[in-house]
Each structure stands twice: as structure tokens, then as C-alpha cells.
Design a protein around this ligand. Structure first.
Ligand SMILES: Nc1nc2c(c(=O)[nH]1)N[C@H]1C(S)=C(S)[C@@H](COP(=O)(O)O)O[C@H]1N2
Ligand SMILES: [Mo]
Length: 460
């Protein structure tokens, strides 16, 4: 299939098209570093970013720490290189706290985020390696990122949030002011509405990191936005609230006041520590279940109004052109979606036999109530077990024991949420949405397993 058919210029603007094409090339480079090994262990089935192809792909990723041969002797990002003891029972282990007091991962673990190879390093995406994840929490260092204008470095002592507009009393908060207020901790996913955007016309990316890596889950702690709004006193006909970031993009989005009063959080912590700079340090807006771009990072201003502000991100961007030529605007709730992360694209099953199929399901409309898995391309479905806790607007882990006979199969997962919404097939989604828009692709994903065990991305 030609690039024009796969990413038609009508649908993919120049930026989206360049991004999609570049990602195909990046993934090809990352994968070409090493072939899958035939081995009994699950780890060996992963043909994703092993240490060797991480290094091979390092230059493409643009990471200076990985440049040249020097990196070969060094530990992967987030790890320290230590001497490996031939028999750890025969000599004392290394001393406590020799890392300065903040821990690191094992030098044998090398999973990293991949960067969408956008033309500029300032405006970019990075993707979570979902295939190697466990449970539902994404380690903070592997949370996907989306930056419109780079990562600002903000001194929390200088940072302020102002709340004004249609309120009785405009307010100004320092970070200390916010931290004195009652806080909540909630576990929620954030998914970029561009997640899976390469997959409309043709199965394009090979790995689940590529196809689905723009979703991650963290525990977020902060103040409820409703607390601040109650303090300021919202006027009667207030209907929207603008959120503005302190980055060079000064990213802005309008949020319905009902959402602001419901479960919106001004988060200053992620997974038990201060929110990472990449995720919006020192403060971000968290709108559980809403598309990623509404979760304004580096939050500095909130303005209450009786109408939406019609910012760039809700007029030129983040709208969906429908088949009849009208555009869907404020399509903010993320609909139910799921994906099998094991086995998934570019892995190789060594032989027929037992495997546990596992993956993630999530919905912006509430809890996941059911995930079904098909091993025959959607003819019959088997209900998977859902690992607890099953939380609203959160990644939910599903598992299903499976015996692979060695025959060719197509694996699929289908999520249902508490509203009764059923994850659609791509054909069903296209029948409603047409092929004019790129965002919000939540269709069922297919992984084809060949008799030799190779797993590939297909459209059924
Ligand atoms: N200020 C600001 N907020 C932002 C963005 C940004 O570039 N600047 N990107 C948005 C987009 S498009 C997404 S998908 C999410 C990504 O959040 P993350 O980087 O923490 O994963 O942040 C949103 N908030
Ligand atoms: Mo996004």
C-alpha cells in the first residue's frame, strides 16, 4: 500500500503525515537491531527494545547519552552499571545507599519510551512500552509524553495558579497554598486522542508500543478543582472554564463546568512523588476519562466563562471531520478500548502450548465490566478474567489462559464498559466516523499468529 493510500493527505495534515511516516521508519530501525530468539522464556519472545537494539536505535532516537560506542559499557537509562557477582552467595553485596538515596532499576532492564520522530525535538510524542508492562500502573519514567513546545523547567516556589472570570472572588494560589487544601489520590489513565492514529487504512505499526503506546496510568494526587471553584464562588450562568499552561505553547482548552465540578483534579503528585517535569511539574489538570490534550500541564490559569473559548486546540486541532462534512467538536470522552499486550506484534511464540493472554482495557466513561477475547478472528468470544482493582476511567488488566495448537490464529480483545458501550470493530467505527479524521481510533486490534509463532498486526 502506498503512503498516499495509507496516510491520505486529505485526512492527515502535513504534520500528522510526517509523524506517521517517520514512526513507521523509527519502528523499523528499532526492530531491525535484533531478531526474535527461539527460547522457552517469555522474555525471549519479546522482540521489542532489547538492550542491543536500543543501542542500535539510539542515534535515531537522538539521545546523546546513547551516542557512539561509549554507551555499550553503560547501563540503560534509569539504571546503574554494577559488577555482576558470579555467585552472590559467596561475597557481600554492594553497600546500602551508594546511589545517593534515590533508587534505580536493574541494569538488566532496558525498556524505554520511544520518541515519535517529529521534525522538531520541541514538539513531540513519546510512547509507553506496553508489551513489557505489568499490572495497571505505568512507571513514571515510562509514562508517554506529549509536548507542544518542549518541557518547561519551573521553580515551584515561583509558580502560581490564578482563578478568575465569572467568579465572585478571583483567587491566586502558590503551590504551598494548594498543598494545604484537602487532597485526593486517584488512579486514572491518560490517553492521547492521537493514540493508534496510524491504523485507519492499513495495519501499519508492528508493535503494541507503536499502535497503542500513547496511553498510560498513574496514581495522581492533588486538590479537586471543585474545591477551588467553591472557594471562589462560581456565578450562575458559568458553563465553561479555560485551562492554560505555562509552557511556550501556552496550551489552552475549554472544559465544561460540570466536568470541572465532578472529578477534575489539580494534580501535584504522580505515583507517590512530585509529578514528573514531563507530566506537568509542578501542577497539571487531570480530567479523568477525557482526551489527553485537555489535561493541561504546567497549569497556571483558570478562567470561568459562560461559553467555550474556541482556542486553537478545539477549532483547528482536536476536532473530527465527519463523512457529511461537518466537524465533531469537543469530542472529549475517550470511548472504551482494549488491546492484547501479550502476545503482541513483533513477538514470536517459540512453540505450541500454554500461554496466558493478557492486555489492558479502559474507558473514559467509567469502569470496564467485561473483556472478551477471540482466538478465531471474532467468531467466538471467551470472557477474560479482570484483575482487581477495577477502577473507573483506569487501565484494567485482563488475563485468559490459552493453549495454542500451532495453527494460524487471529487474536482480538473487545472491551465493554459500565454504560454498556461495546468496543467496535474497525469496520463498524469507519461506518460511523468515515475516513476523514485521524483521532479517536478505539477499534478492536487484531494480532495474527503464524504457524511459526510470529505475531503481526493485521486488519481482519
Ligand atoms: N501545557 C501543555 N499541556 C499539555 C500538552 C502541552 O503540550 N502543553 N499536551 C497535551 C496532550 S496533546 C496530551 S496527550 C497530554 C499528554 O500528557 P503526558 O505528556 O503527561 O502524557 O498532555 C496535554 N497537556
Ligand atoms: Mo494528545
Amino acid at each position: 500500500m502506498s503512503k498516499d493510500e495509507r496516510f491520505p493527505p486529505l485526512r492527515y495534515g502535513p504534520a500528522e503525515r510526517h509523524m506517521a511516516e517517520s514512526l513507521v521508519e523509527l519502528e523499523r530501525q528499532m526492530l531491525s537491531g535484533e531478531q526474535a530468539e527461539d527460547c522457552d522464556c517469555k522474555e525471549g519472545m519479546f522482540n521489542s527494545v532489547t538492550r542491543r537494539n536500543l543501542l542500535a536505535g539510539g542515534l535515531a532516537v537522538g539521545g546523546s547519552a546513547l551516542a557512539g560506542g561509549r554507551a555499550v559499557a553503560e547501563a540503560p537509562p534509569g539504571a546503574h552499571e554494577y559488577y555482576v557477582q558470579p555467585d552472590p552467595t559467596k561475597e557481600q553485596g554492594r553497600t546500602i545507599l551508594n546511589d545517593g538515596g534515590y533508587g534505580s532499576r536493574s541494569q538488566f532492564e532496558s525498556e524505554v519510551r520511544w520518541r515519535y520522530p517529529t521534525a522538531s525535538l520541541d514538539s513531540s510524542w513519546s510512547m509507553t512500552p506496553l508489551a513489557s508492562g505489568h499490572g495497571i500502573i505505568t512507571p513514571s519514567g515510562l509514562h508517554f509524553e506529549r509536548h507542544h513546545a518542549g518541557i518547561p523547567n519551573i521553580d515551584p516556589l515561583q509558580h502560581e495558579l490564578i482563578l478568575h472570570g465569572m467568579v465572585d472572588e478571583p483567587l491566586r494560589f502558590t503551590m504551598d497554598d494548594l498543598k494545604r487544601l484537602p487532597a485526593v489520590s486517584r488512579i486514572h489513565f491518560i490517553e492521547c486522542s492521537g493514540n493508534t492514529l496510524t491504523e485507519w487504512a492499513d495495519p501499519t505499526l508492528k508493535t503494541v508500543q507503536g499502535t497503542h503506546g500513547l496511553t498510560s496510568t498513574s496514581e495522581w494526587t492533588g486538590v479537586r478543582l471543585s474545591t477551588l471553584l467553591e472557594m471562589a464562588g462560581v456565578q450562575d450562568n458559568a458553563a465553561w472554564i479555560l485551562a492554560e499552561g505555562a509552557d511556550a505553547a501556552v496550551m489552552t482548552r475549554s472544559v465544561p463546568i460540570d466536568k470541572a465540578m465532578d472529578d477534575a483534579i489539580l494534580a501535584y503528585a504522580q505515583n507517590g512523588e512530585a509529578i514528573r517535569p514531563e507530566q506537568g511539574y509542578p501542577l497539571r489538570l487531570l480530567l479523568p476519562g477525557f482526551e489527553g490534550n485537555t489535561h493541561i500541564k504546567w497549569l497556571r490559569r483558570l478562567e470561568v466563562s459562560d461559553k467555550p473559548f474556541m482556542t486553537r486546540e478545539e477549532t483547528s486541532k482536536y476536532t473530527d471531520l465527519m463523512p457529511d462534512g461537518s466537524a465533531r467538536q469537543f469530542s472529549m470522552e475517550m470511548e472504551a478500548k482494549s488491546v492484547i499486550t501479550f502476545p503482541s506484534g513483533a513477538m514470536k511464540l517459540p512453540r505450541p502450548g500454554f500461554y496466558e493472554i493478557t492486555g489492558l482495557a479502559w474507558s473514559g466513561q467509567g469502569k470496564i465490566t467485561k473483556v472478551e477475547v477471540s482466538a478465531d478472528g471474532g467468531n467466538t468470544w471467551h470472557e477474560a478474567a479482570l484483575d482487581g482493582p477495577i477502577l473507573p476511567k483506569c487501565h484494567t488488566r485482563f488475563r485468559l489462559p490459552w493453549a495454542w495448537t500451532g495453527d494460524e490464529v487471529v487474536l482480538q480483545s473487545r472491551a465493554v464498559d459500565e454504560t454498556g458501550y461495546v468496543q467496535p470493530t474497525l469496520a463498524d467505527l469507519v461506518a460511523v466516523r468515515g475516513l476523514n479524521s485521524v483521532y479517536h481510533l478505539n477499534a478492536i486490534q487484531n494480532w495474527h499468529i503464524a504457524p511459526n509463532g510470529e505475531v503481526t498486526n493485521v486488519h481482519s
